[in-house]
Ligand binder design. Structure first.
Ligand SMILES: [Zn+2]
Length: 395
């Protein structure tokens, strides 16, 4: 992409829309944003947006697979097809996400993602700045759909080997597990975004984790503690849970799976209003079933993962939900419909907010002169027409 002009679009900024806009891209960076009426530069490739929307590319920090591949398969083929699938749905920066499994499976996953990460120049792929180490350090009573046999408590012997790859950017551990604080300390040293998920932690355990650097809770309301579940664990007096802790602490962020299947419209509205677009973001948390026909699949590794059924809308285990089956564009449309938020705030939750939290917002996450030209062209009903990946140097 040398010089590109996308015109006749409504540009989506973090705080407003700019109708009848054009965006000029030079050498993979946004060179200019202005009105379409200006004279078109010569020697540029012109794209007519036909009155649609131009959005920054999405940043997905929690994603397990797509197109038939799960990152935990541990092969470059699986990682590549998952990344290609999400790119088509508007994700330009992706953090492939581990689940429970053996150390060998997790190392194979990291290696496969590193391999595919080097292929971004070939096109059709999002960039992979690193991975989200999500499993295996879940609480035994909040494993959810993930294979329970692959869950365990954190030990330095195991997790230091993952951090040594320098490819972990987001690190999850249930706060109540023995060894959690050692895990958080090493994650902090490695400048990871630290999160607590698949956890039955109490308020005081969350507070201790917060002091150790934890700032985020994975998929709000899914596989996390509430007052009742903490009471079941720690008896009375009833105590605060992860839910209250996130709502109460302005430095905490969280995410929702806005596929319309995990959470009802009023919960998405509640999350938007009570947590707000600066500390709430959208993730896909998708299984390999994205863009695949209805049928049976595996969540996690193709051999050792749990069986899920994709019904065309969502993936389910025999007892509950088992990841989403859709891309980020679907999350944006659902969140827009349920939250009634202005479009720029919904897009913010899929781009700038996660970028800010991960400290990559100087480079990606919004339409701004100088930033990488990661762009998504939507039509008027928010269906993806085209996706561009800007400058793909390491992030
Ligand atoms: Zn999960």
């Amino acid at each position: 992409m040398k010089k590109l002009v996308i015109h006749n679009v409504t540009a989506i900024f973090p705080n407003k829309l700019l109708p009848d806009a054009r965006v000029v891209v030079r050498n993979g960076r946004i060179a200019e944003i202005g009105k379409s009426s200006k004279r078109m530069p010569d020697d540029a490739e012109l794209v007519d947006g036909k009155g649609g929307y131009l959005s920054p590319g999405f940043v997905d920090v929690h994603v397990h697979g797509g197109g038939g591949g799960d990152f935990m398969d541990g092969t470059a083929d699986a990682a590549r097809v998952a990344c290609q699938t999400h790119f088509r749905h508007g994700t330009t920066t992706i953090f492939p996400t581990t689940t429970t499994g053996t150390p060998e499976e997790i190392h194979a996953m990291i290696q496969a993602c590193q391999t595919v990460g080097k292929e971004t120049a070939t096109g059709g792929l999002p960039r992979i700045p690193g991975i989200h180490l999500y499993g295996p350090f879940f609480s035994a009573d909040k494993v959810g759909a993930h294979p329970a046999a692959g869950r365990r408590d954190p030990t330095p012997e195991e997790f230091q080997e993952y951090f040594k790859t320098k490819f972990i950017r987001i690190a999850t551990c249930a706060a109540e597990l023995p060894g959690a604080e050692g895990f958080y300390a090493m994650a902090r040293k490695n400048r990871c975004y630290i999160t607590c998920g698949h956890s039955n932690a109490s308020w005081s355990e969350m507070d201790r984790a917060f002091r150790a650097g934890m700032r985020h809770v994975d998929h709000f309301w899914c596989a996390m503690s509430d007052v009742r579940s903490v009471r079941g664990r720690l008896s009375t007096p009833m105590q605060g849970s992860m839910e209250q802790y996130v709502l109460f602490n302005p430095e905490m962020s969280t995410e929702v799976i806005a596929d319309g299947q995990h959470l009802s419209p009023e919960l998405l509205l509640f999350a938007y209003r009570m947590i707000g677009p600066r500390r709430l973001f959208l993730v896909t948390d998708s299984s390999r079933a994205v863009d695949m026909p209805v049928g049976k699949y595996k969540i996690g590794n193709i051999h050792t993962g749990n069986e899920i059924t994709h019904d065309g809308k969502v993936s389910r285990t025999t007892t509950g939900l088992g990841s989403s089956s859709v891309g980020m564009d679907h999350m944006v449309r659902t969140m827009k419909a349920c939250s009634k938020a202005p479009l720029w705030e919904v897009i913010r939750m899929a781009s700038l907010t996660p970028a800010e939290r991960l400290g990559i917002d100087k480079e990606v996450g919004s339409l701004k002169t100088g930033k990488r030209a990661d762009l998504v062209l939507f039509n008027k009903t928010l269906r993806v027409q085209k996706v561009w990946l800007g400058d793909n140097s390491p992030l």
